[in-house]
Write a protein that binds this ligand. Structure first.
Ligand code: MV4
Length: 445
């Protein structure tokens, strides 16, 4: 097992990783930017190294500085968390070249899933259902027009280097295609320095359901059931839950099998997530695979009683997993508590938390790095923390969530708590009958 892990991240996920390391008897090294000098991850870790200025580029994305921190602290592994360098194949390769274990998949696996056309081709070969679309890159607008006619409108143009909605355009008819193609190409070039595009049939009003998987270095792969992430706004998830209210035993069987096929196709090693679009007929299609631990991993942990960070570390250290799949035994819901103003288009609201009271009691988990007096810096994401409730049924988990949200007091910044309170009382949400379009029509009272 590793003796010392350097955590190349900040905020709640850095704390989450430190907590598991403590339980495993592994020493921890925090790295931090000058903006984070008073952060809890710095105080909770055994050692801490300042790696640069506030901007991500100068600190949490600065590979030479992170490698130097590994060297001076003698860390034998790096945990990248999510965001920042978590899906950076170059960083994973540099770690390997320096004899430091990157706690995640290999650079080859990251690359295969990072390029969406390559990922899709791999899935087709593995027999995983994908949305009908172009074979490889679109050559130009004329090629796109011919293809769209074949596929049938509406279609969606996506960036092969994309993911998470950037460089993506929905096209409803031929009159719109040229503008959409050019806009997607420009956005992809600017965002990813790769303007490669592909096309798919647009699946209308889908659900976003993802399957958590784990694979070890010996070819064992298992799944840990699904999370429903349909409650999103501009590609930012706000609520996730497990099990999905849309799930059936048959659908879980089929999606679980497909996720295992997807991970096995690249001999996946580490924990990861296979994202699917699910239409109203319960047809499902591979969308992308995330080769990192995700923000919403906690809902899975609560329903299958499994520490995903611990497993991720054990897999990286060369331990075997059993290979058996996990069914949800309970219902868990996660609300993302962000420093954003839900009454003003979710505008970011950084600043000092003057008063803080955190909820507790039966079935309540809070993963957060903030304290009274903490200043949320404007340089990073605006997450204050995650509130997770777990209960026997979905109805009880919603009731516990409403109760816990009512106890949560955060003063000094705007938060998404009022939004979540209204959502927990929304009939459509309570019914479980919603799609990724739900929040487009949601209005704050
Ligand atoms: C789609 C789609 C409909 N049809 N692909 C959004 C982010 C990126 N991962 C892919 N996305 C979508 N791809 C086809 N063929 C609809 C979306 C989509 C979406 C997906 C999941 C959750 C929220 C979404 C919001 C808008 C669009």
């Amino acid at each position: 097992m590793f003796k010392k892990i350097l955590i190349a991240n900040r905020g709640e996920i850095a704390l989450r990783i430190i907590r598991t390391c403590r339980e495993m008897g592994i020493k921890t090294v925090a790295v931090y930017s000058t903006a984070d000098k008073d952060s809890l991850h710095v105080k909770f870790a055994d050692e801490a190294v300042c790696i640069g200025g506030p901007k991500g580029q100068d600190s949490y994305l600065n590979i030479p500085h992170i490698m130097a921190a590994c060297e001076i602290t003698n860390a034998d592994a790096v945990h990248p968390g999510y965001g920042f360098l978590a899906e950076n194949a170059k960083f994973a390769q540099i770690c390997a070249d320096h004899g430091i274990k990157f706690i995640g998949p290999t650079p080859e696996m990251i690359n295969k899933m990072g390029d969406k056309i390559t990922a899709k081709e791999t899935m087709i070969k593995a027999g995983v259902p994908v949305v009908p679309g172009s074979e490889g890159l679109l050559e130009g607008v004329e090629d796109a027009k011919v293809l769209a006619k074949e596929i049938g409108y509406p279609v969606i143009i996506k960036a092969t280097a994309g993911g998470g909605g950037k460089g993506m355009r929905v096209v409803w008819n031929e009159a719109e295609i040229e503008k959409a193609f050019d806009a997607a190409k420009m956005e992809a070039a600017a965002s990813f320095k790769n303007d490669g595009l592909y096309m798919e049939k647009f699946v209308e009003e889908p659900r976003h359901i993802e399957i958590q998987v784990a694979g070890d270095q010996y070819g064992n792969v298992c799944h840990l059931s699904e999370r429903d992430c349909s409650i999103q706004r501009r590609h930012q998830k706000l609520v996730e839950e497990s099990p999905s209210p849309f799930m059936t035993a048959d659908l879980r069987q089929r999606m679980g099998d497909a996720a295992i096929k997807a991970a096995s196709a690249i001999n996946y090693e580490s924990v990861g997530t296979v994202e699917f679009l699910v239409d109203k007929h319960r047809n499902f299609y591979f969308m992308e695979m995330n080769t990192r631990i995700q923000v919403e991993h906690c809902v899975t942990e609560e329903v299958v009683s499994y520490d995903l960070i611990k497993e991720q570390i054990k897999i990286a250290a060369g331990e075997k997993i059993s290979g058996k799949n996990y069914e949800p035994k309970l219902h868990a819901i996660e609300c993302r508590i962000n420093a954003e103003d839900p009454y003003n288009d979710f505008r970011p609201s950084p600043g000092k938390i003057t008063v803080l009271h955190t909820p507790g009691g039966h079935g309540v988990r809070v993963d957060s790095h903030v304290y009274a007096g903490y200043v949320i810096p404007p340089y990073y994401d605006s997450m204050i923390g995650k509130l997770i409730t777990v209960a026997q049924t979905r109805e009880e988990a919603i009731n516990t969530m409403y109760r816990a949200l009512s106890e949560y007091v955060i003063e000094g910044v705007h938060t998404t708590i009022p939004f979540h309170l209204q959502l927990m009382q929304n009939e459509e949400f309570i019914s479980g009958n919603f799609t990724t379009k739900f929040l487009e029509n949601f209005k704050m009272k």
